[in-house]
Design a protein around this ligand. Structure first.
Ligand SMILES: Cc1ncc(C[n+]2csc(CCOP(=O)(O)OP(=O)(O)O)c2C)c(N)n1
Ligand SMILES: [Mg+2]
Length: 303
């Protein structure tokens, strides 16, 4: 996919997350929802490299992947409203939302819980010889669960087609890694198990796509570990109902870009698209604004 199309997708995910966030701030949802502002380049790139039979096993912070796979705002939004017209009939909400026809077969709020499930799925693919790869997402907090190591060991022992993608945002709830544990050299840990390791940083979806395609290729003959440095722009959870101390500072009225730096995927995407960015976003807004409880402010389109 060409870089401009990738940039459009990144902005699409950013806009849709903003729309959900604005609705969250207005108390529209009865369930906790974790925004993933800052994870858009990863989600776009991973979605691009998935082959039709590949599968995704996600974490609690799965919004960017849901939108990337749905390629539409409404089914995910309606699911968050627990509307029967939602992506899963309004039965799964956010943290467990799956879209099996789009490869998302599992998502869990229990840290680390998706890893052995993904290992089992990969085992099934190996036994059946499907050629598919399972991608399991995890965080720098969730990788502290013992099952992270067990899954890698099991996957390596059986040479399973499993790609474990760590989204390292240096946060588990409000704690930084240095505050809560010793550092883990993920590359060295993977090497100790004879598992290939690939790092990601910089938020260029084209570069991410190339690396993830390499990871996918390698995973066809055994597990791989990928670690992405990511800045999550919403503290722990974004504007989650019931999270009393959430600052709820992110606002669509200040534009799609949260911070003019390469840590913000929308910054690079908007820069690449130039004047086309606002025209594209306007066309997306025209398709979604009728659904929302909130009025959309004109100002968000011009930034
Ligand atoms: C087994 C388990 N322990 C604790 C929690 C509570 N909890 C929810 S999210 C979270 C932090 C997760 O950090 P990380 O895996 O890095 O993901 P991030 O939120 O940073 O994307 C914790 C401790 C949980 N959901 N499951
Ligand atoms: Mg984290």
């Amino acid at each position: 996919m060409n870089p401009r199309e990738l940039a459009r997708r990144v902005l699409e995910l950013r806009l849709w997350q903003h729309l959900i966030n604005e609705e969250m701030k207005r108390g529209r949802f009865r369930i906790p929802i974790h925004a993933a502002f800052g994870h858009e380049s990863l989600a776009v790139a991973l979605s691009e490299v998935l082959a039709p039979a590949d599968q995704l096993a996600l974490t609690h912070r799965n919004m960017a992947y849901q939108f990337a796979r749905a390629r539409a705002f409404e089914p995910v939004y309606r699911e968050y409203l627990l509307d029967p017209a939602g992506a899963c009939g309004g039965r799964l909400g956010s943290m467990n939302l799956t879209q099996p026809s789009r490869g998302i077969v599992y998502a869990s709020s229990i840290l680390g819980n998706n890893l052995p499930v993904a290992g089992g799925l990969a085992f099934a693919h190996k036994l059946r010889g499907t050629g598919a790869v399972v991608f399991a997402l995890t965080g720098d907090g969730a990788m502290e669960e013992g099952v992270f190591y067990e899954t890698l060991l099991f996957a390596r022992s059986h040479q399973l087609p499993l790609a474990v993608l760590i989204e390292n945002n240096d946060h588990s709830l409000a704690s930084r890694i240095a505050e809560r544990r010793s550092p883990v050299g993920t590359a060295a840990l993977a090497a100790s198990l004879d598992i290939p390791f690939l790092p990601l940083s910089g938020n260029d979806p084209a570069v991410y796509g190339q690396t993830l395609a390499r990871a996918r290729g390698a995973a066809q003959s055994g597990p791989v570990v990928i670690e992405a440095r990511v800045r999550t722009f919403c503290n722990h959870a974004g504007a989650t109902p019931g999270w009393a101390t959430d600052p709820r500072r992110i606002s669509l009225s200040e534009g799609l870009v949260i911070e003019p730096s390469w840590e913000d995927p929308a910054y690079g995407a908007a820069l690449l698209l130039g004047g086309e960015a606002s025209v594209y976003i306007e066309s997306l807004v025209a398709r979604t604004s009728g659904l929302l409880a909130m009025p959309l402010e004109e100002s968000c389109l011009s930034r």
